[in-house]
Design a protein around this ligand. Structure first.
Ligand code: WTA
Length: 631
């Protein structure tokens, strides 16, 4: 197991070593895992070509580290505790032995249906144990999983399946979320009309709603596992073989498939899990993210299981049956670590304290926050009402592309400060740069956040388009990985991430590109053009504000508004629906035709006077109209 940093002096020592001798530092950490063959070279890298390789030549399988190696020491310990959406339904505990068996069994089902090393498999499932089993079964046989969040539309699934040319889809009949029942299989069916690469669909049962099963293509999970053996030796993987693809939004175009590889990702997710949360044996770790996002990959599945932890999977939502559900789950399962998003905290805060006051939260030791900046008010509420002033809060900054936590306090070790992600973890070398890429030195400064040296969890490529990876992350500033985030470093050298500086919004902790939403809105028949920006939202962090130019013949605005929302839901999913739609007759454009989003952002923020320079606009008058009609 990975040894943990237990004092600030140890942190400083580890940090210094990780900078002066990064290879030695990470080689030592990587020794704590099971390798079939040792690596020959610890690191090879070149940011100019977006080429990073860790543990070169090393052979392993992440599931041997997440499952097999724990069987002798903690085979009967809970690996997964599952809590249903319905508080009345019995929870499920899978010990390491049981999980190992189920993963091997399902891996054999995949093999039986022709899956092999290197194949891409799409997973679109609710938060049930089978989701984690499916993910691990892919890894077991060396197939590359591409988990698509259960809230995405058929079109989004089709785009992702086609981009990666997946040959198998794993899904469920449906899912339960609060008092809603959501059809998943039928959404997959709609997607597959466009996907010729898919040969097989494996369907697990959850809601028992009727589904249409296509002969020769669709099979039931329940039936399939009955016919296979539960012995499935793990495929030997190269450290740099792909482990998974996870699609994420950027400034332009369709979401890109961020690729992580086996060895470096395993080492990084586990190291950060063990250290940031200071996980102790037998503790229960509750990460409330969905496995469809990177936080679920790294801190529900891989990080905790590789460290031999007990990880809790919760199917439901924080407000069902009422706003006390998280606290009930914590009490029921004696949760030690809670890792959630500021949006959830703000939302629960808004219900008032009566849902928390009578709950027993005494099992909690550490609280985590992730996905978006946490405001001071939410930080204090979390600290006082949930942590009762005795649990360190780790505000963890990282991204899909970083594979694991990058800047964060280490629980109980780093002195925290409200709304600050504080200090870089060992192995992480942040730098702030100005627009020209000059390093901003010293403290009490702000700039664009970049990382100047590779860490084991760094993105390896964007699937099928390496050039896009170079362009997106390694071209803005020479020899630096650019995060897309703005950041300040205060007098103590503490980092505070202020939000995206590119055209990516962060809505309830979900990354959504403005261009993606615009493209969806523009697909609607009556729409001529649109521009989308984020604006501050009390609960969601950011809301989506759309300025839309409509065909003059469309007169019923209320109806078009509804139609636009339906179009966005159909093309992306409900998470991308604009909160506000303002109909305008023109957009503020420069003479070269570029939309000046700066102005639109200001108006969306409620600014009416300090709009800034509009002299370069083609038609400065549109600005007045836009301000006049602001919502
Ligand atoms: C934002 C989620 C402030 C940031 C793990 C980043 C944060 C984007 C924090 C990545 C934080 C994440 N404080 N902002 N603690 N954590 N972000 O890829 O803008 O879904 O670039 O990964 O979320 O979102 P992603």
């Amino acid at each position: 197991m990975i040894s943990q940093i237990s004092s600030f002096e140890q942190y400083q020592e580890a940090y210094n070593q990780s900078v002066t001798d990064p290879e030695g530092f990470w080689a030592e950490v990587a020794q704590n895992f099971q390798w079939r063959k040792p690596w020959k070279k610890t690191l090879e890298w070149d940011f100019a070509t977006a080429n990073t390789k860790w543990f070169v030549g090393g052979k392993m399988n992440i599931t041997e580290n997440a499952l097999d190696r724990h069987l002798a020491t903690r085979g009967d310990q809970a690996a997964i505790i599952w809590e249903s959406n319905d508080p009345e339904e019995e929870s499920i505990t899978l010990t390491y032995k049981m999980l190992h068996q189920k993963v091997c069994q399902f891996a054999n089902v995949l093999k039986k249906h022709g899956a092999k090393k290197g194949d891409r498999i799409c997973i679109y499932m609710p938060m049930i144990p089978e989701l984690a089993i499916a993910v691990l079964a892919c890894a077991r046989i060396g197939a590359i999983h591409s988990v698509v969040f259960g809230g995405f539309s058929a079109q989004s699934i089709a785009d992702r399946i086609n981009d990666a040319q997946c040959n198998i889809v794993i899904t469920s009949d449906g899912s339960f979320r609060g008092n809603k029942e959501i059809a998943l299989k039928s959404t997959v069916d709609d997607a597959l009309v466009q996907c010729s690469s898919v040969q097989k669909v494996i369907v697990s049962t959850r809601t028992r709603t009727p589904v249409s099963m296509i002969k020769g293509r669709d099979v039931w999970w329940e039936n399939e596992v009955k016919t296979v053996s539960s012995d499935c030796p793990a495929e030997e993987m190269d450290a740099e073989d792909m482990l998974f693809i996870l699609y994420t939004s950027g400034s332009t175009g369709k979401p890109k498939g961020v690729v992580h590889t086996c060895g470096g990702y395993m080492v990084y997710a586990t190291y950060t899990f063990a250290n940031v949360f200071q996980y102790q044996p037998e503790q229960v770790h509750f990460c409330t993210a969905d496995i469809g996002w990177i936080t679920g990959h790294s801190y529900i599945v891989y990080g905790p299981l590789c460290q031999g932890a007990t990880t809790l999977i919760f199917e439901g939502i924080p407000t069902y049956p009422d706003a006390g559900r998280f606290w009930d789950v914590i009490d029921k399962h004696k949760v030690d670590i809670l890792y959630t998003a500021p949006t959830a905290i703000r939302s629960l805060m808004s219900f008032g304290n009566q849902f928390v006051e009578n709950k027993d939260l005494s099992s909690l030791k550490t609280l985590g926050s992730v996905g978006e900046p946490i405001n001071e008010e939410a930080w204090h509420w979390y600290d006082e009402n949930i942590g009762k002033g005795k649990c360190p809060i780790v505000d963890t900054w990282w991204q899909t592309e970083t594979g694991g936590i990058m800047i964060s306090p280490i629980a109980g070790v780093t002195k925290t400060k409200p709304a600050y992600a504080t200090l870089p973890l060992p192995g992480v070398q942040p730098i702030l740069v100005d627009e020209q890429g000059n390093e901003i030195l010293g403290n009490g400064v702000s700039g664009n956040l970049c990382i100047k040296f590779p860490w084991p969890g760094i993105i390896r490529t964007t699937y099928g388009d390496h050039e896009r990876c170079i362009q997106t992350y390694f071209s803005t500033y020479k020899n630096l990985y650019f995060t897309g985030d703005g950041c300040m470093r205060d007098e103590d050298g503490y980092y505070r991430i202020t939000g995206r500086v590119d055209d990516v919004m962060n809505v309830s902790g979900h990354r959504i590109g403005t261009a993606e939403v615009e493209n969806a809105i523009n697909m609607h028949l009556g729409v001529i053009e649109s521009a989308v920006v984020g604006y501050p939202h009390d609960i969601k962090g950011q809301g989506i504000y759309a300025y839309v130019i409509c065909d003059s013949q469309m007169e019923d605005q209320a109806l078009i508004r509804k139609d636009i929302l339906a179009t966005v839901t159909r093309l992306i999913g409900p998470i991308a629906k604009p909160d506000k739609i303002q109909f305008v007759s023109g957009l503020p454009k420069t003479r070269s035709g570029k939309i000046m989003r700066r102005i639109l952002r200001k108006v969306a923020e409620g600014e009416t006077s300090n709009i800034g320079d509009t002299s370069t606009l083609l038609d400065p008058l549109v600005v007045e109209e836009i301000i006049g009609g602001a919502l």
